[in-house]
Design a protein around this ligand. Sequence first.
Ligand code: IFM
Length: 453
Amino acid sequence: MASGYLQFPAGFIWGVATSSHQNEGNNTNNDFWQWEQAGHTRDGTISGLACDWWHNAEADFDRAAALGLNTLRLSLEWSRLEPKEGYWDDTAFERYRQMLLALHERGLRPMVTLHHFTNPLWLAKQDGWLNPTVVDYFARYTAQVIERLGDLCSWWCTLNEPNVYLLMAYLAALWPPGYRSIQAFSQAARHQVLAHAAAVDVIKQHTPQAQVSFANHIAAFDPHRPWHLGDRIIAHLLDTIMNRWALDSLQGGCLRPPFGTGWEKLSMTAPPLDYLAVNYYGSHPQQFKFGGSVIGLIEQQVIHEERAWDTPWEMRETSPQGLYQLLLEMWERYQLPIYITENGFCEMGDEKRPAYIISHLAAVHRAIAAGVDVRGYYYWTLVDNYEWAEGWTTRFGLYHLDPETQKRTPRPSANLYREIVRQNGISEDLVKAYAPQLLGELFATGQLVTEEE
Ligand code: IFM
């Protein structure tokens, strides 16, 4: 039977991405835990045991290995490793050693993130990312991690999605510390870029061969009405601030405030980025609505959308074409190898997820065919985990989780992903089985790479 086939390059990296607070459970010593207890989440739930990784991440590592994956992205919980300022918890370091070893034993190369949204309470009490000393604190934490765990990981993300973190915590007031201030946003943004720069230098001094980046959340900010000047300006502004501001600052060695003027030179000895880590979920079409002030404008354009809890995630716009376009742009602009460090779809069932996975991987495939050096893909996420301000209402997992019983149930997407990984590609038969509506689009428009007899 002849069938089309989207073949990925030999050696392509296949993984899943996770984070400490969302997976480990009982991270009682960080600011997000405190935020949850105060009832700030959409459904009023708390992370609780989450996926219970602190006790048994290994069972899920088995699941990841059974999917045939060769990598897993996780983060370290700063509040566990440094529970009090300057005090390092050997038991916590030991647990992470076990986890990293367990990944290697299963053929899963770890990609490790140092900061994924949560801060130790002692740091939060000192104003967190608004305090200039945070840069030294972060460098000191990074040094401890590299000294103690650097032999088990050579792939690092310093920060996860600084743009999202800064927006949610300092502009939208949806995450701790709950600010709504452009000044706070800019100050914390500056410290995050400086912290990345400092961490890269620390990592490279200890392990020069390590590969370092930060995970950048990018989205397709297209004008809702392409003919409308206001829509075009606002889309361009958001694209600049959200997608490129941190990357441009680091690559250019020159830090400009995201809002406002002025600049400062970044002094780093190591190159700022070894690769691009891209987290992509969808598009945010922009329609200009002036809110009377700059914060009003931001409120209208961005915060309103984040607060739109009556619009469930699964109703928001997806755009594989946006991913394709952004990959081309990122490659042209930065000329660095790219890993998709997160991409995923949320819904309680599994109606739309298979088509989402296939269509986004097809977009990645098309970008590779167009010459973009994409080397790997991490699906977000393996098992449903705690979705920040959205609590347990929002589910991305290849496995459904009942947080009460900790029972995992594979969704059809788990089987789909395992097949894609096994084939190192997407066959027409697979599309027929999981998302037949995409057949015409994927196999009749010149995407065909090889013909199999
Ligand atoms: O769950 C989050 C993750 O922590 C960061 N990136 C987006 C995911 C889905 O919202």
